[in-house]
Design a binder for this molecule. Structure first.
Ligand SMILES: [Zn+2]
Length: 98
């Protein structure tokens, strides 16, 4: 079985059974619009790690970037990154600190 995907810009990716260091692997081939090719071989033992990483990345893409602190002594109640963090009195945004 081979998996194929082409994005709206015509870039393609294909996953096929393969080998890396004499072990079973999934070989990914990708082509850009100019026909340049990239190949990445993922050992079968690490395929679930790859899929989990893609799921996590997709979840992050769906919710958007992490909120950023306003900083500059702003009221923490107005800062999207401070919401729910219960900053110490006087409730000012720490400005860029996690
Ligand atoms: Zn903040």
């Amino acid at each position: 079985m081979t998996f194929h995907y082409t994005d709206p810009d015509g870039h393609r990716i294909e996953a096929t059974p393969g080998y890396v260091a004499e072990s079973a692997a999934v070989s990914f081939m990708a082509w850009n619009a100019y026909g340049d090719t990239i190949r990445v071989d993922i050992p079968v033992a690490r395929v679930e790690e790859l899929i989990a990483g893609i799921r996590d990345t997709a979840r992050q893409a769906a919710i958007g970037p992490n909120p950023q602190h306003i900083g500059n002594q702003a009221n923490a109640e107005d800062c999207p990154a401070c919401i729910g963090t219960n900053p110490p009195y006087p409730f000012l945004c720490p400005g860029g600190q996690p």
